[in-house]
Design a protein around this ligand. Structure first.
Ligand code: 3PG
Length: 361
């Protein structure tokens, strides 16, 4: 992702004005769905076996059940797998999740439904010539043949201007976000629009080119931004100058830079002890190994303490962040754990989300 495409980043007062999505996008309750053929775009992009634990997978059910309550004629589930794998393997898990038969289709005919109300369409990214990724209008028109109403429930893909994310809803009048997206938007905006005082952001993991816009944008709206993971060495290597309220951790050389130092972890914990709002993405170190999990543990425990002591609002997101919380049984204190990785970062960078823009009121 090129930084040049982000006007104003890093220059105080020149960030694009952020119009909240919360309250400004069409919700399911704003549209009539009874007797409609509904195309529901969901997130089914996860590794094999993760359907048993993935929030993305479980997020399909409430929206499908809500639609069924309103007697829709047919629900066609659209989704991608980023490894270009067929979605056929999800027929049975989806049937178990929804407690009803699920049909599968490779084309846009309704033949394969054979009386079943829910149909799973093949991985949209398997369409030749990258027609999904290129938002090919013919591919969008092809998919629209399967329904007359669109429900966008794929928050983790809402930063992509793809055919099933923006192409289809652009062709339909009847459209809304699903329950998962509504919840994500409400919860994330709830954090972002809280006062600057006591607003602490923690960014870890790797890939400074993806994280830098978030760090700079958040430095503008938060009191302090704490940076760990492998980012400190990338910042040093690339001689990146950051705003004064960004605190970059020291990495522990004795651990081959695989974790932040104990001093840095304690410094972060002290700053977090006064937090009233915390937004967190990315681990402080390689938490999969016990020895280098300490930085992340200390920092996350400080977040949990801020929740108990100051009733701090805790928002987290991203694959490894979610995995860490699950592994350490620390999910419960968080007000929201986003299903979005890249999407959450784009969102908290103040960028427009194509998949949400197309569903604005
Ligand atoms: C994700 O995993 O963040 C979403 O499924 C989007 O995937 P992508 O980065 O391959 O577009």
């Amino acid at each position: 992702m090129s930084l040049e495409r982000r006007p104003g980043i890093g220059q105080e007062g020149q960030f694009p004005e952020r119009v909240p999505y919360a309250g400004n996008i069409r919700a399911l309750r704003d549209i009539h769905v009874s007797d409609k053929g509904v195309l529901v775009r969901v997130d089914l992009d996860f590794k094999d076996g993760e359907e048993k634990t993935s929030r993305r997978f479980f997020a399909v059910k409430p929206t499908v059940k809500e639609l069924e309550k309103h007697d829709v004629k047919r629900i066609t589930i659209l989704a991608h797998n980023g490894d270009y794998k067929s979605l056929r393997y999800l027929i049975k898990p989806l049937a178990e999740l929804l407690q009803e038969d699920v049909a599968f289709t490779l084309d846009n005919s309704t033949k394969s439904a054979e009386g079943r109300r829910v149909v799973l369409f093949e991985n949209t990214r398997l369409c030749p010539e990258k027609r999904e990724e290129n938002n090919d209008p013919d591919f969008a028109a092809y998919m629209v043949e399967m329904g007359d109403t669109y429900v966008g429930n794929a928050f983790a893909t809402s930063h992509r201007a793809h055919a099933s994310i923006v192409g289809i809803p652009a062709l339909l009048k009847s459209k809304a976000v699903g329950l998962q997206v509504e919840e994500e938007v409400n919860r994330i905006d709830e954090a972002l629009y809280r006062p600057k005082e006591g607003f602490i952001v923690v960014i870890g993991g790797a890939k400074i080119e993806t994280k830098l816009p978030v760090i700079k944008y958040m430095a503008n709206i938060a009191e302090t931004v704490l940076v760990g993971g492998i980012l400190p060495s990338e910042i040093e290597k690339e001689k990146i100058i950051l705003p004064d309220n960004v605190v970059v951790a020291q990495l522990d050389k004795s651990l081959e830079n695989k974790d932040i130092t104990l001093d840095s972890a304690e410094k972060f914990a002290k700053i977090l002890s006064k937090a009233k709002t915390i937004v967190w993405n990315g681990a402080m170190g390689v938490f999969e190994e016990h020895e280098t999990a300490q930085g992340t543990l200390i920092v996350v425990r400080a977040m949990v303490d801020a929740k108990s002591n100051n009733n701090a609002y805790l928002l987290a997101g991203g694959g490894e962040t979610e995995a860490f919380l699950k592994e350490n049984n620390l999910e419960q204190p968080f007000n929201h754990i986003s299903t979005g990785g890249g999407a959450m970062l784009e969102y908290v960078s103040g960028n427009k989300m194509p998949g949400l823009e197309v569903l604005r009121k």
